[in-house]
Design a protein around this ligand. Structure first.
Ligand SMILES: N[C@@H](CCC(=O)N[C@@H](CS)C(=O)NCC(=O)O)C(=O)O
Length: 218
């Protein structure tokens, strides 16, 4: 039986997992809950599906008796089923680990801004003191490698791709135009045949939930 990925009908934390499943050629049910009828999740499935820590995204792989929540745990589980997707060597695995946590931090800083009541006043500060240095460091970390771990794709490439695409859609003058290596990196991920194909047909849904200051609608 095909596994199920459950998430809101937005890109958010679900999209890197959708990309990873697409890249690995995993057939899955892409279960999308509507934010406007969130009772389907909150009142129906959240407590009944049997998760240790009920949340979205979730991943149910009945054939292997696996029920997971937490985005990174799901990514690591899927990557773990495919040779090399968590890094080929010890050095690559360390690169995956460190950049995974760095991307998580960048993502959470972005979400904090997006949910902040003083968004308009603190945005400039975030761009200058948080985002810009983080992007420079990420570009430097990538260096001349094609992918974040090294020569081949790992799961963190999809987390980075989605974050960079979102940041660039929000602030087109602050991301790719300032860090060319990151622009080349996302073009490379976008051109992977299965990803290129997915992007042609992917539903046009918002990056974020409706409560975010930006990206909550298409
Ligand atoms: N640490 C969790 C956070 C999950 C989370 O915040 N999920 C949000 C959407 S991004 C949600 O709406 N969860 C549904 C719920 O709280 O029941 C992860 O990384 O997966």
């Amino acid at each position: 039986m095909a596994p199920t990925l459950g998430y809101w009908n937005i890109r958010g934390k679900g999209e890197p997992i959708r990309l990873l499943l697409t890249y690995t050629g995993t057939k899955f049910e892409d279960k999308r809950y509507s934010p406007s009828s969130s009772d389907d999740w909150f009142k129906r499935d959240k407590q009944s599906l049997g998760f240790d820590f009920p949340n979205l995204p979730y991943y149910i792989d009945d054939d292997n008796d696996v029920k997971l929540t937490q985005q990174l745990a799901i990514c690591r589980y899927i990557a773990g089923k495919h040779q090399g997707l968590s890094g080929q060597s010890g050095e690559e695995q360390r690169r995956v680990n460190v950049v995974e946590q760095q991307l998580t931090e960048m993502s959470s800083q972005f979400s904090q801004l997006m949910l902040h009541p003083d968004y308009d006043t603190i945005k400039a500060d975030y761009l200058e003191k948080r985002l810009s240095p983080s992007l420079q460091l990420l570009g430097k970390f990538l260096g001349d490698r094609p992918f974040l771990a090294g020569q081949t794709v790992t799961y963190v490439d999809f987390i980075a791709f989605e974050l960079l695409e979102k940041l660039n859609a929000w602030q087109p003058l602050e991301v790719y135009s300032k860090v060319d290596k990151l622009k080349q990196f996302t073009s490379r991920v976008r051109s992977l045949p299965s990803i290129a194909n997915y992007l042609l047909t992917a539903p046009n849904v918002p990056f974020n939930g409706p409560h975010f200051k930006w990206g909550g609608s298409v």
